[in-house]
Design a protein around this ligand. Structure first.
Ligand SMILES: Cc1ncc(C[n+]2csc(CCOP(=O)(O)OP(=O)(O)O)c2C)c(N)n1
Ligand SMILES: [Mg+2]
Length: 372
């Protein structure tokens, strides 16, 4: 069962292809735009990193359909527990492009006040929970938050995103076991991009698939073509219906591929066969949606170059604004933990401010500090 793979985009049927339940023409166009925006943001951010203008970046090139197709199912009652490869989900939930770019810079306008690594977003209004770097930790958070919604009698669910590598974490076991036993209304979305940095899927698990692991926990496991945004939407929508109906969690495996490096610090040509990359480049999720839209009569000329130019211009403007924004004031380091700052921290803060005053800007250079 778990080995079957749900696909929608390429259909052998003649005539205008049918859309999954809940998807209309406007949503298809919106998802196209969101996937393209995610791709263009990645492209720009990687260049900014190479130019030394931001410290670090994690691209999600090739995986846009997993993030956008699944997040498009969420309403403003549902909660998102992402990994670092879901900026597409943030955009889909309505996160502001400017807020995303401020986060890359960790400046004074950044929601996380420069305390997180780039791409470790947090968007409170979108219920997009702060990204945790340690792999898998969000899985138990997502299961628990969904349980809280259930106890409060809400018909809402959480989606927790993670990679194939995270399925080897303790938290994967803890979260899935808990959620299945207590019928927590959550969706576990594994973007199986077939690599965990340099560790291939064959060394990650001896299971036939990721989806099959759901059986052991007592929940449905669904394998979906992760480069097919409509199939991802359909699988997630069915899982959401189950969650809302009190039937508990679902594990979704979106089979996809990480086209770019793991991060701006990685060189995949040192460990990954080029044939595998070429095979998956041919399955580009954005190109496949474009082909479908043409077949379905949903494509307009304005979706081509003019849309790319429009999105690139808004990214360029956001970069300009972010670069003109000051870095967070050092004293903000001491905010947000204690209602009343304890005496020993107040002393450290005062010492820092004093040191800043006497040392001058050169010795306090923030650019020198980034370790990655
Ligand atoms: C507990 C823990 N161990 C190791 C790391 C270092 N690390 C960061 S990303 C990563 C690979 C994760 O792979 P996967 O879950 O497949 O996600 P992907 O990066 O492919 O999206 C590792 C090992 C970490 N962040 N946390
Ligand atoms: Mg992976």
């Amino acid at each position: 069962m778990s080995q079957e793979m749900l696909t929608v985009l390429e259909t052998k049927k003649r005539g205008k292809p049918a859309l999954p339940k809940g998807v209309d023409d406007d949503l298809v166009r919106r998802m196209y735009r969101l996937m393209l925006t995610t791709r263009l943001m990645d492209d720009r951010a990687m260049r900014l990193q190479r130019q030394g203008r931001i410290g670090f970046y994690v691209p999600s090139i090739g995986q846009e359909a997993c993030a956008v197709g699944s997040a498009a199912v969420m309403t403003d009652e549902d909660w998102c527990f992402p990994s670092y490869r879901e900026p597409g989900a943030a955009l889909t939930l309505g996160a502001d492009l400017q807020a995303i770019v401020h986060e890359w810079y960790g400046n004074a306008a950044d929601n996380t006040k420069g305390r997180q690594m780039p791409v470790h977003y947090s968007f409170k209004a979108q219920r997009f929970v702060s990204i945790s770097s340690p792999i898998g930790t969000q899985i138990v958070q997502g299961a628990g938050a969904a349980m809280a919604m259930k106890i409060r009698g809400k018909k809402a669910f959480s989606i927790t995103y993670f990679g194939d590598g995270a399925t080897s974490s303790n938290d994967f076991h803890t979260g899935l076991n808990f959620a299945a036993v207590y019928k927590s209304p959550c969706i576990f979305f594994c973007s199986n991009n077939q690599w965990a940095i340099s560790c291939p899927l064959s060394q990650q698990t001896a299971s036939e698939s990721i989806a099959v692991k759901a059986q052991a926990y007592g929940m449905p496991g669904v394998r979906v073509d992760g480069n097919d945004v409509l199939a991802v939407y359909q699988a997630t929508s069915e899982a959401a219906e189950r969650a809302r109906a009190g039937e508990g969690p679902t594990l979704i495996e979106g089979l996809t591929f990480r086209i770019g490096p793991h991060s701006s610090s990685d060189d995949p040509t040192r460990y990954r066969p080029s044939e595998q990359l070429e095979e998956w480049q041919a399955k580009d999720p954005i190109a496949r949606l474009e082909a479908f839209m043409k077949k379905a009569g949903l494509w307009e000329d304005a979706f081509g170059e003019p849309l790319v130019e429009e999105i690139n211009a808004s990214i360029a403007e956001a970069v300009k604004v972010a670069e003109e924004t000051a870095m967070p004031a050092s004293a903000t380091l001491f905010d947000d933990v204690y209602a009343d700052l304890p005496a020993h921290l107040a002393e450290q803060r005062d010492r820092l401010l004093q040191q800043e005053k006497t040392a001058g800007a050169a010795e306090m250079d923030a650019d020198a500090a980034f370790p990655l």
